[in-house]
Design a protein around this ligand. Structure first.
Ligand SMILES: NC(=O)c1ccc[n+]([C@@H]2O[C@H](COP(=O)([O-])OP(=O)(O)OC[C@H]3O[C@@H](n4cnc5c(N)ncnc54)[C@H](OP(=O)(O)O)[C@@H]3O)[C@@H](O)[C@H]2O)c1
Length: 309
C-alpha cells in the first residue's frame, strides 16, 4: 500500500504499520506496508546502567527494550531534546554515533577503501544529523581513506565544526578539511606529537588541541570531550571509522546511535571490533530502539546502555 499523505504517516506508525519513504515522483511520496512483526521484549529488562546519566536498574518510564517504528520526522527533534536532557546529567557534550553499514556489519570493503553504502534518503538524513550537531568527528584513518568534506550540503543548515582524532598529526595538507571546508578543522593530537608538524598544520589553518594519550597510544577521548565542552561544543556526531567507533563504545562515551543498515553483504571492514573484554557484561544493550525505513535502508535509533561492572 502506498501512502502519499505525509500527515498520516505518524498515524500509521503508531498503528504498527511500517512507513517507508520512497523515491517516486517526489521525495515527499511515501508508502507503507504491514510490519512483518512487531517484537517487544517479553522479558523484564536486565539491570543496566546508562552511561550518560548514571541511572541504574530498570528503564525509566517512557523507555523501552523492544523495537518501535518511528515516523520520518520524529528522529532529529527527539534527538535534540534528548541531547539537552543528557547534557544536564553528564556535563559533557552529547555524543551521537552515526554510520552506515552493510547487513553483515561492514563499513568498508577493505580497510582504507571507501564504500558508498547509504541510499539517497539516508544520506540526506546524515546531512540533517550533521546540521543538528555542533561538531563532527572522524578518525585520521577515515580522512586518509575517504578525504571527506563533512559539510552539510543536502539540506539547509549550518556546518558542524570538523574534528579529526589524529594523535600524531598525520593530516595531509591536501585534505579537503584543510583546503575546502569553510571552517578550520580542529585536530585532536597527542601531547608528544611533533611541534614542527603542528606549526605547518596551523599555518594551513588547522587548530591543534593537545591532549593526553591513553594506554594504547591514542588521544584520550574522555579528555577530548572535556576539552570540547570547555570550548563550547555541546554535541558531537561521531561518523567513524572502525577504530574510532570501537573506542567510543569501549569507553562508554556514546549517548545515542543512529545506524543505517544497507541491504548488502560486503564481508569487509567491521564497524565494531573487539570491545576490550569478551565478557558479555561489557557489551552495550541497545535501549529505546526505534526504526524507520528510508527507501531500502533500515535506520535504527537507540541508546546504548551498559551493565554495571
Ligand atoms: N560506512 C561509514 O559510515 C563509514 C564512516 C567513516 C569511515 N568509514 C570507513 O572506515 C575506514 C577507516 O576506519 P579506520 O578504523 O581505519 O580509521 P578511523 O577509525 O577513521 O581512524 C583511526 C585512527 O584514529 C586515530 N585515533 C586517535 N585517537 C583514537 C582513539 N582514542 N581510538 C582509536 N583511534 C584513534 C588513530 O591514529 P593515530 O594513533 O595516528 O591518531 C587511529 O589509527 C575507511 O575505510 C572508511 O571508508 C566508513
Amino acid at each position: 500500500m502506498r501512502q502519499s499523505h505525509v500527515n498520516k504517516v505518524s498515524h500509521f506508525t503508531r498503528g504498527g504499520v511500517l512507513v517507508c519513504a520512497g523515491i517516486f515522483n517526489s521525495p515527499a511520496c511515501l508508502w507503507t506496508r504491514r510490519l512483518p512483526y512487531t517484537r517487544r521484549s517479553p522479558t523484564p529488562p536486565a539491570r543496566v546502567r546508562s552511561v550518560s546519566d548514571g541511572a541504574t536498574a530498570r528503564p525509566r518510564p517512557g523507555e523501552t527494550d523492544g523495537w518501535t517504528p518511528m515516523g520520518p520526522d520524529e528522529g532529529i527533534a527527539a534527538l535534540v531534546q534528548k541531547a539537552a536532557e543528557r547534557r544536564r546529567h553528564t556535563g559533557r557534550p552529547f555524543v551521537t554515533l552515526s554510520y552506515a553499514q552493510s547487513v553483515d556489519g561492514s563499513i568498508a570493503a577493505r580497510p582504507g577503501q571507501p564504500l558508498a553504502l547509504s541510499g539517497a534518503l539516508s544520506m540526506t538524513l546524515t546531512h540533517q544529523l550533521r546540521a543538528a550537531h555542533d561538531a563532527i568527528l572522524v578518525g585520521i584513518g577515515t580522512v586518509l581513506a575517504d578525504n571527506p568534506s563533512l559539510t552539510v550540503r543536502l539540506v539547509e543548515g549550518k556546518n558542524p565544526q570538523p574534528i579529526v582524532a589524529d594523535s600524531r598529526l598525520r593530516l595531509p595538507l591536501s585534505a579537503h578539511l584543510l583546503c575546502q571546508h569553510p571552517l578550520s578543522p580542529w585536530i585532536a593530537a597527542g601531547e608528544p606529537a611533533d611541534a614542527g608538524r603542528q606549526h605547518v598544520l596551523e599555518a594551513a589553518g588547522a587548530r591543534v588541541l593537545r591532549l593526553p594519550m591513553n594506554t594504547r597510544g591514542h588521544v584520550d577521548l574522555t579528555a577530548l570531550l572535556e576539552r570540547l565542552g570547555a570550548l563550547g561544543i555541546t554535541s558531537v556526531m561521531v561518523e567513524g571509522g572502525a577504530r574510532i567507533i570501537t573506542s567510543f563504545l569501549a569507553e562508554r562515551l556514546v549517548d545515542h546511535i543512529v545506524l543505517t543498515v544497507a541491504p548488502r553483504l560486503v564481508g569487509g571492514l567491521r564497524a565494531v571490533r573487539r570491545l576490550a573484554h569478551a565478557d558479555p557484561v561489557y557489551f552495550p544493550r541497545l535501549r529505546n530502539l526505534r526504526y524507520q525505513w528510508l527507501a531500502e535502508d533500515l535506520v535504527l535509533w537507540c541508546d546504548p546502555a551498559w551493565e554495571e561492572g
